[in-house]
Design a protein around this ligand. Structure first.
Ligand SMILES: *Cc1c(COP(=O)(O)O)cnc(C)c1O
Length: 386
């Protein structure tokens, strides 16, 4: 829990108004120890042994053959597209509800993102809408497993195979989430993840890609290091950049990764607890979520009068966050000839209007959730939970 800004210790007395943030960072002595131990080795700071170790551990955790860390989850998408040869003149299909990083990674490599509507039950890209949006120029589909939910991924996988399209998974929100028992990120050519501060584990900034394809992996390794096969050997085989990690971040990440099983349990517990405390509030809808597979990074609900509820919660010291806007409505893309739109965005507009992220930090206690849910119940004039 955040320290009381007024310095009032108010553990159980919420009327003293402590703020519950929608999210706050979580790390401690374990990360400090790991970073300190690394610094004592007089290492070169840039990526080397600690980073290789971190990559191996991430590969092991996800069940991937190969893993490469990069500077963030935007670059991990960019480098995935690049490794697949996607660039100018190609269209990349993306969902209309996602973080801007998804279409912007396509734009960064010169391709045209095509915004497509989502499915109502999973908030993932809708295969039927993809079918209407593909053209001769379509080269790839980016599937975003929003909040760890995968939607109709196996059908999408089959479709991409039939049509000869690359499937890329933007699994930035899906570390710790599975689909038919397998970790997300391995259903297409490449899976992309973020290690930014809100994600299940963090290195401050950071991202990584996983793949089972050695050629793609080798290509990514080169693209993140100026197109060289090896540092110190300036022989450029491709046009590449510097997207390398640091061993400081890797040390921090190794300590975070040790907590991942507990974090998965926590997020699932949190989702379930909110759901139980709000189960009889008919105005609030939870998405169907299989908590044996999905690890929601944030607890998301669907409500009609979102802004009014948000305002009420804010007055009671509870911060929430609306989900992403429907991207086709955004100034960045609206009227731009660098992107393409389709005809219907019924579901993305609905989700953009109704979906709300509730406080979801690792620091939350059961009493906090009880408090938050009681305030929500109060708003709807429903008697408190015990
Ligand atoms: C967080 C996120 C990203 C971007 O990751 P960064 O590390 O912040 O660049 C991309 N896609 C989705 C779906 C995300 O949630």
């Amino acid at each position: 829990m955040e320290l009381d800004p007024k310095g009032i210790s108010s553990k159980n007395n919420y009327s003293l108004m402590k703020t519950i943030n929608q999210y706050e960072p979580s790390y401690g002595i374990e990360e400090a120890k790991e970073v300190e131990a690394y610094l004592k080795t007089n290492g070169w700071l840039t990526e080397f042994r600690q980073t290789r170790r971190f990559e191996e551990e991430l590969a092991k955790f996800t069940g991937a053959k190969y893993c490469s860390v990069v500077i963030n989850g935007t670059v991990s998408l960019f480098i995935a597209l690049k490794a697949l040869g996607i660039g100018r003149g190609n269209e990349v299909i993306v969902p209309d509800i996602t973080m801007a990083a998804t279409p912007n990674a396509a734009l960064l490599c010169g391709a045209t993102p095509v915004f497509v509507d989502i499915e109502p039950h999973s908030h993932c890209i809708d295969l039927n809408q993809i079918k209407k949006a593909i053209s001769k120029k379509t080269k790839a589909v980016i599937h975003v497993s929003l909040n760890g939910r995968a939607g109709e991924l196996s059908m999408l996988k089959k479709f991409c195979k039939e049509k000869g399209l690359h499937l890329i998974e933007d699994a930035a929100q899906s570390l710790g989430s599975f689909y038919n028992g397998r970790h997300l990120g391995l259903n297409g050519a490449v899976g992309s993840f973020s290690l930014s501060i809100h994600k299940l584990i963090t290195t401050g900034q950071g991202g990584f890609v996983i793949t089972n394809n050695k050629q793609i992996h080798d290509s990514i390794k080169m693209l993140k290091d100026f197109g060289r096969k090896k540092g110190g050997m300036d022989n450029y085989l491709k046009v590449g950049w510097n997207f390398k990690f640091t061993d400081i971040q890797a040390s921090f990440g190794i300590a975070q990764l040790r907590k991942i099983d507990d974090r998965i349990k926590f997020k699932r517990w949190l989702f379930d607890l909110y759901k139980n405390f709000l189960s009889d509030v008919s105005q609030i809808k939870f998405l169907e979520t299989d908590l044996t597979q999905t690890t929601p990074w944030f607890v998301d609900i669907m409500v009609n009068n979102r802004n009014s509820l948000m305002k009420y919660l804010k007055e009671k010291g509870i911060d929430t966050r609306p989900v992403y806007p429907a991207l086709h409505t955004q100034h960045a893309y609206n009227g731009s000839s660098d992107v393409k739109f389709t005809n219907s965005y019924r579901e993305s507009e609905r989700v953009a209007k109704k979906c709300l992220w509730l406080p979801s930090s690792f620091t939350l206690k059961e009493e906090d959730i009880r408090y938050i849910c009681n305030v929500i119940r109060e708003y709807y004039k429903i008697k408190k939970v015990l």
